[in-house]
Design a protein around this ligand. Structure first.
Ligand code: SME
Length: 182
């Protein structure tokens, strides 16, 4: 049809119904870095802090946090389990479908919740009681999420490689969850 540009018309309709897209494009605002893992976290952390600063909704912030980590590191699975009625219940995540509920003290997540400490698992097969949500997972890190001194959930990250996580991940991921939640 002469004089008609459907793609321009579609863009107009999208912006008419979603005006926020005019002023804010989240994916373009994240700078992905290379180099040593510590440097990657150093670049990422201030960006995550800036991202969550203007938003008070916990779920929205946890969801974006997962998206940013996935973009930077592309691990197999990144997500939060949140404490609800004395269980861990699946929250925002990026990656394959996962177990929805984990009991206190069970698996790596439930153990991190019970101990209140970050757990590094170089080989998931060697962790007694590990819960295999995905058969592709080889190593894992679980970081408890504290709010006002209480554990409100855990950040769980799975890798398809053995030995993916170390003290550097522990250090930065603990900082990250703190800045996202507090
Ligand atoms: N492996 C975890 C279960 C959660 S999934 O990995 C997403 C555990 O043992 O608690």
């Amino acid at each position: 049809m002469s004089g008609c540009n459907p793609s321009r018309a579609n863009k107009f309709l999208i912006l008419y119904f979603c005006p926020s897209l005019l002023t804010f494009n989240m994916s373009e605002s994240i700078v992905i870095s290379s180099g040593a893992k510590g440097e990657q976290y150093e670049t990422l952390l201030p960006q995550i802090e800036a991202l969550v600063k203007g938003e008070s909704d916990l779920i929205a912030n946890l969801a974006n946090c997962c998206a940013v980590l996935k973009e930077q590191f592309n691990w197999l699975w990144i997500g939060f389990y949140l404490v609800k009625e004395n269980q861990l219940v699946l929250g925002p995540f990026q990656g394959p479908v996962a177990c929805t509920r984990i009991a206190y003290g069970k698996g790596v997540c439930g153990t991190a919740w019970a101990s209140g400490k970050t757990i590094l698992v170089p080989d998931v097969e060697q962790f007694p009681g590990h819960i295999a949500c995905s058969s592709l997972s080889r190593s894992e890190i679980v970081v408890p999420v504290y709010k006002n001194g209480n554990i409100i959930g855990v950040l769980d990250i799975d890798s398809a490689e053995f030995n993916s996580f170390d003290e550097t991940d522990k250090l930065y991921l603990e900082q990250l969850v703190k800045s996202v939640v507090e």
